[in-house]
Design a protein around this ligand. Sequence first.
Ligand code: ADP
Length: 167
Amino acid sequence: MVKAVFAGSFDPPTYGHRNLVERAARLFDEVLVVVALNPHKEGLFSPEERLAFLRALLSPFGNVSVALCRGLLVDFVRDEGAQVMLRGLRNGSDFSAELELALWNKELAPELETVFLPTERPYLLLSSSAVRELAAFGRDLSPYVDSEVASALASRLGPTQGAAGRV
Ligand code: ADP
């Protein structure tokens, strides 16, 4: 049994995240998707909202579950009995940040392995922050996130009537 933990902010979850989970669900016996809370970053959506979005997005995958982590991730992964920490790679800057994180995690928990999956072409430019930015300009978000997430983004960040004009 190999269990993988895929942790992130998921603020909000996108189809890029879902693609990674779908592929991981074929590679590992169990995948646990974890909303990892950063005490220095409040985020747009509450942890409970992000969990609900993830549950809806990932419901088609039978061996995938969702949880919240408020502490140090390696401790959480150990407690869950997982062996793998999964991360996605889109480009060189993801790689340098992710390599550093993986090496720190190795230092803290040598028995755990980080596995990277490269993104696929349709998701190369997709990030939670790009989606938040598009929402602020009232653009169509349906290619990137679930409709429930798109509505939540529009009501929280969408442009107010008439605010898009020249200043
Ligand atoms: P964090 O704030 O921890 O980077 P994110 O929610 O932004 O959390 O991302 C969580 C993980 O998902 C990271 O490993 C990131 O590289 C990966 N990821 C995010 N978007 C994509 C995408 N479009 N394709 C592949 N991996 C992605």
